[in-house]
Write a protein that binds this ligand. Structure first.
Ligand SMILES: [Zn+2]
Ligand SMILES: [Zn+2]
Length: 353
């Protein structure tokens, strides 16, 4: 009988194991998170792709229906398997872990759009880890690669480039395939693959605190699932309460945060307005702007990745920025970066047209 070899769990490279490979041969070998992309020479001639309406509708339904199903389940089970206690736990855990991704993993660690203390660094690293989207260094490396190659062939999750097809999708079926790939197919397919840590996150690898939290990420995911179960059990003094706490504060919340994050990758490169010139198909989508805690103003983000504020207009609600800015008033964040009016005007598509 042949024995199937078991793959060892992929270890996160430690500072020690990575040090020899951290030395790039040329300065442009390393991704610089502190610099915004330069406007291309042919800015005035840039034309975004025409996306079929049918695909946009499919895309919207694919994103909205699962979310509506959860809301329907919550309403249907009100006072039976759901109630104020579980609703509160769902929202508190969604806020902690969702903002852990948007404020922590994304705006603080990937793009360095603001600064915080060591305690703040630890908090945001842990909150992001509890979201269950993988360890911090890997998440940041994939996302920096996305910005480096946005909607190009080497973009890890573009709806416009499926690895099986060399050409841009033109048919409805091709677009659906691309949408699925950008939403979740990319990491299911490449679950064994690791990003190039030395190229994309050498700065983060130098921080022992971040490496330590990255190595503990499974523990923090479990904590995020067990904590609501314990609270539910203690408050109701029952095993049923513990199970429902786990379900709504843990499992359903985990699904919701995942689905919303993935939707930014799929929806916001397909549907919405191109307010600024960027080298890609990124769009500002109001639905995702609200649901994804401000991350849906994605075209603005691709034009100004170092900005802590993604919704630059007063009507573009950006909860993550509200949190970052509010914390700055009490000294918990500082150096909060936002592009000047001149820089915004220079990249405006209205000016370019
Ligand atoms: Zn993007
Ligand atoms: Zn980004």
């Amino acid at each position: 009988m042949t024995q199937i070899p078991l793959n060892p769990p992929s270890a996160i490279p430690t500072i020690q194991t990575l040090t020899p490979t951290i030395k790039p041969t040329a300065t442009d070998d390393v991704f610089d998170p502190t610099v915004d992309p330069v406007i291309p020479e042919n800015v005035a001639t840039y034309v975004p792709r025409k996306i079929p309406r049918s695909l946009q509708l499919f895309n919207l339904l694919g994103v909205i229906l699962p979310a509506l199903a959860v809301v329907a389940a919550a309403i249907a089970t009100w006072q039976l398997g759901f109630g104020w206690l579980y609703l509160t736990m769902f929202f508190v855990m969604y806020a902690i872990t969702g903002l852990g991704i948007t404020v922590g993993y994304h705006r603080l660690f990937t793009h360095k759009s603001f600064s915080t203390s060591r305690a703040g660094t630890w908090f945001w690293a842990v909150a992001g880890s509890m979201a269950g989207e993988g360890q911090l260094l890997e998440w940041c490396a994939w996302h920096r690669k996305h910005h480096s190659h946005s909607d190009g062939e080497d973009d890890p999750h573009s709806p416009h480039h499926h690895p099986d097809d060399g050409e841009l999708p033109q048919t409805f079926a091709g677009f659906v395939k691309g949408f699925y790939h950008a939403h979740m197919g990319w990491f299911i397919r490449n679950s064994e693959e690791e990003p190039n840590y030395a190229r994309y996150v050498p700065d983060l690898m130098k921080d022992p605190l971040l490496v330590a939290v990255a190595n503990q990420w499974r523990f923090w995911v479990l904590t995020g699932l067990i904590a609501p179960a314990v609270i539910g059990g203690v408050v109701t003094n029952s095993w049923t309460g513990a199970l429902l706490g786990f379900l709504w504060g843990g499992a359903v919340r985990l699904f919701w945060v995942h689905h919303v994050t993935w939707s930014v990758n799929s929806v916001c490169h397909i549907w919405g307005a191109k307010e600024f010139v960027s080298h890609d198909e990124s769009r500002n989508n109001p639905v995702m702007g609200i649901l994804a805690l401000g991350e849906g103003w994605h075209n603005t983000h691709h034009a100004f990745p170092t900005s802590a504020r993604h919704g630059l207009r007063w009507w573009q609600f950006d909860l993550s920025y509200v949190v970052i800015k509010s914390l700055s008033y009490v000294g918990l964040t500082w150096d909060v970066k936002v592009p000047s009016k001149e820089r915004q005007l220079a990249k405006s598509t209205k000016k370019a047209a």
